[in-house]
Ligand binder design. Structure first.
Ligand code: GLN
Length: 483
């Protein structure tokens, strides 16, 4: 049951072989016994989950079920969920019970899905290892000495350890794809604007995008069918005709032209990752695809550009946490200014403060043109590189992360090394392109390797097809870590 696909679970529920209350109960039990090893969840609330499951069983009995009705999903703790503690991995929001649902949560609720718990994450989604969480690090289920990646590390771990059949994540510079790669699962960051950011606690608004994390491409498609849609409460939400992301899964790949950016196949990639990625590309060639070299000349600048723009936006977004309206407030202070200062000094962790300082600096008078404007210009060039590359190929592939999961503590004192974890993922974020990671084998110490697939705008259905065909021929996505 814990390794079943969403389709299998959906069928079992529809045929009344299992009820949602039973299924939810089984996952709650598994979380109870196994989560202490991993710390994947910040909040589990069995009563609230089971109440939803009862309602789902009624929907099924009344013949009102949709494909995800009755299935439990873990929700990243960045999504506001009514009545649930919503911390965003922070001390600042350690007492915040959300009075409303995020757009994404609403959509899962409308589909009759169950919220099985809120997952651990880097504080305000800033990090690549889950070590900046106020709630302690998450451990990688393939090797508890290793990080799960970040910032959606709790969600990636929950799916990999089979504590939930699927989970939500958010991705600003790689936070769905990098943890998916490090935990051996599948994850997709859709085209910017497809998934509502309403009620998704903002980090860098021009980059933040929610998306699904699951075992397989087919599961991702089923979740995207629920998650994508216009939301007038998010000013950057796109209004488009709805599509069925399952529709192209079975298309053959013959004639597919895969672009391999020469900037990504360099010494930066560790040999074990390269070996698994090369083997996956060879498999694609056997399935009828051809590979061509392409170039993304400005992609190597994506980390410096990202670390100007994301902190700039974060410094503005995080100014709302001032101790006045919600969240943590310092206990003693002399006046209003002192209250602001002490609240923010005590309420934010070191990485978040570093970003606020960088962001404030690059936006300040005199530096704005030199850093912020310059970074915006290069962002445009990075996007143009992809537009040019797609004249020569249908889809782009490469490694998701430069190495397999690293040990806990290995990079936590060196922010630059940590930032380089997103060297392959941040360019697609800056361009707003859809991109995903799928498991393609194991590297050093038997830790998972992910293949990065970057598509052109709005080609999610095609990307899912490309991933699904590979998963029909391989079983990496079905492998489970030892318990
Ligand atoms: N690791 C990157 C950062 O720390 C990306 C995080 C994310 O995508 N939320 O900013």
């Amino acid at each position: 049951m814990f390794n079943a696909s969403l389709k299998q679970l959906s069928t079992q529920l529809a045929e009344k072989k299992i009820s949602s209350v039973e299924l939810t109960g089984e996952f709650l039990k598994r979380i109870k016994t196994q989560n202490p090893n991993y710390n994947a969840f910040i909040t589990v609330n069995a009563d609230m989950s089971l109440a939803q499951a009862e309602a789902a069983d009624e929907m099924i009995a009344a013949g009102n079920a949709s494909p995800l009705t009755g299935i439990p999903f873990a929700q990243k703790d960045i999504f506001c969920a009514k009545g649930w503690l919503t911390t965003c991995g922070s001390k600042m929001l350690s007492n915040f019970i959300s009075p409303y649902d995020a757009g994404v949560i609403e959509r899962f609720n409308q589909a009759g899905a169950i919220n099985i718990g809120k997952t651990n994450m880097d504080e305000f989604a800033m990090g690549s290892s889950n070590e900046t969480s106020f709630y302690g690090p998450v451990r990688n289920p393939w090797d508890v000495a290793a990080v799960p990646g970040g910032s959606s590390g709790g969600s990636a771990c929950a799916v990999a350890a089979r504590l939930a059949p699927g989970a939500t994540g958010t991705d600003t510079g790689g936070s769905i794809r990098q943890p998916a790669a490090l935990c051996g699962i599948s994850g997709i960051k859709p085209t910017y604007g497809l998934v509502s950011r309403y009620g998704m606690i903002a980090f860098a608004s021009s980059l933040d995008q929610g998306g699904p994390m699951a075992k397989s491409s087919e599961d991702l498609a089923m979740m995207l069918n629920v998650m994508v849609g216009h939301d007038q409460r998010d000013s950057t939400s796109l209004k488009r005709e709805s599509e069925d992301y399952l529709r192209d899964l079975d298309q053959p790949l013959a004639g597919l032209c895969i672009g391999l950016p020469k900037e990504y196949f360099t010494k930066g990639m560790s040999p074990d990752v390269e070996k698994a990625v090369e083997a996956a590309l060879e498999k694609y060639r056997k399935m009828g695809a051809k590979t061509v070299e392409v170039s993304l000349p400005n992609a190597p600048l994506s980390i410096p550009v990202y670390y100007v723009l994301a902190p700039a936006e974060a410094s503005s977004n995080l100014s709302r946490f001032d101790g006045v309206r919600y969240g943590y407030r310092a206990k003693s202070y002399s006046d209003l200014d002192d209250m602001y200062r002490k609240t923010r000094a005590k309420g934010f962790g070191a990485e978040v403060k570093r970003r606020i300082l960088i962001g404030t600096y690059v936006l300040s008078h005199g530096y704005y043109d030199a850093y912020y404007i310059q970074a915006q210009k290069i962002r445009r060039l990075i996007a143009q590189d992809f537009i040019d590359a797609y004249k020569q190929c249908d889809i782009i592939m490469g490694p998701t992360a430069p190495t397999v999961a690293f040990d806990l503590g290995a990079k936590s004192s060196d922010p630059i090394q940590m930032y380089l974890s997103d060297i392959y993922t941040s360019a697609a974020s800056l361009a707003g392109l859809p991109s995903m990671s799928i498991p393609v084998g194991f590297g050093e110490k038997n830790r998972p390797v992910g293949l990065h697939i970057i598509g052109n705008y709005f080609t999610e259905a095609h990307m899912l097809n490309v991933a699904h065909q590979y998963q029909q021929e391989t079983d990496w996505h079905l492998r489970m870590p030892a318990e």
